[in-house]
Design a protein around this ligand. Structure first.
Ligand code: HEC
Length: 222
C-alpha cells in the first residue's frame, strides 16, 4: 500500500509537470498568436491569460473606462453649458420684457401728462376767452339794438311805425333829440299826445347809458 501511494504521488507529479509544461507552451503559443492576430479565438480554457491580456489591453489604453469617463464628463459639460446658455437667454429675455414694460409705462405716463397739460391749456384758454368776452361786453356798454327790441312792438323794427297811431316816426330823428325825449318821458315831463305816462313805463328802467345806446341805435335806422 505504501509503495502504491508513493507511485501514485510520483505519477501525479509527472503528470502535473507534463501538464504544466504543456500549459506553458500553450500560453506562449497563445501570446504569439495574440501578437500576430488582431482577433483571437479562445474557448478551451487554455488561453485564459491571453484572453485576460486582450481584455486588459482593450480597457487598459484608455479606450474603455477612460472613454466612458470623458464621454460622461463631456455630456455633463455640454449639459452645464446648455443650462447656462438657457439661463442667459432667459435672463436676456426677462430684461428685454422688463425694458419694454418700462417703456410702455413711461409712454403712458407721458401721454397722460400731455393730456393733462392740454386739458389745462384748454381750460386756461377758455377762461381767458371768457374774460375777454366779459371785458369786450363791458367795454362796448349796453346793446342799443337789444334794448330797442321791446320798443319795436309799437315803433316798428325799422322805427317807421306811428306808435298807437299818434307818435311821430322815430326813424330819421337825431340821436341827441331822441335821447332828450326819452329822458323826458322817464322823468315824466313829456306828454305830447296824452301817452306820456305810457312811454314813461317803457323807459323807466333804462339807465342813462341804456338811453344813449338805444338813441344811437334808433338814429342809425334808415
Ligand atoms: C306800447 C307802445 C309803445 C312802446 C312799447 C314804446 N313806445 Fe315810444 N311812444 C309810444 C307813444 C304812444 C308815444 C307818444 C307819447 C306821447 O304822447 O308823447 C311814444 C313816443 C315816443 C318817442 C317820442 C317821439 C317823438 O318824436 O315825439 C320816443 C323817442 C319813443 N317813444 C321811444 C320809445 C322807446 C325807446 C321805446 C322802447 C324802450 C318805446 N318808445 C316804446 C308808444 C310806445
Amino acid at each position: 500500500m505504501k509503495k502504491l501511494t508513493v507511485l501514485s504521488i510520483m505519477a501525479a507529479s509527472f503528470l502535473l509537470v507534463g501538464c504544466g509544461d504543456s500549459a506553458t507552451g500553450a500560453e506562449a503559443k497563445a501570446a504569439t498568436e495574440h501578437k500576430t492576430e488582431s482577433t483571437m479565438k479562445c474557448g478551451e480554457g487554455k488561453c485564459g491569460n491571453a484572453k485576460k491580456t486582450e481584455t486588459t489591453k482593450k480597457c487598459g489604453e484608455g479606450k474603455c473606462g477612460g472613454d466612458k469617463k470623458s464621454a460622461a464628463t463631456e455630456a455633463k459639460e455640454a449639459a452645464t453649458t446648455a443650462v447656462e446658455k438657457t439661463k442667459e437667454a432667459v435672463a436676456q429675455k426677462a430684461s428685454e420684457v422688463k425694458e419694454a414694460a418700462t417703456k410702455a409705462v413711461e409712454s403712458v405716463k407721458e401721454k397722460a401728462s400731455s393730456a393733462v397739460d392740454s386739458a389745462k391749456a384748454a381750460a386756461a384758454s377758455a377762461a381767458s376767452a371768457a374774460t375777454a368776452a366779459v371785458a369786450a361786453a363791458t367795454a362796448s356798454g349796453p346793446d342799443g339794438k337789444a334794448i330797442f327790441a321791446k320798443c319795436a312792438g309799437c315803433h316798428g323794427a325799422d322805427g317807421k311805425t306811428k306808435a298807437m297811431g299818434k307818435a311821430p316816426l322815430l326813424a330819421g330823428q337825431a340821436e341827441a333829440d331822441l335821447e332828450t325825449k326819452i329822458k323826458a318821458y322817464k322823468a315824466g315831463t313829456r306828454n305830447e299826445h296824452g301817452m306820456g305816462m305810457l312811454m314813461k313805463g317803457q323807459v323807466a328802467s333804462l339807465s342813462d347809458a341804456d338811453i344813449k345806446a338805444v338813441a344811437t341805435y334808433i338814429s342809425g335806422l334808415k
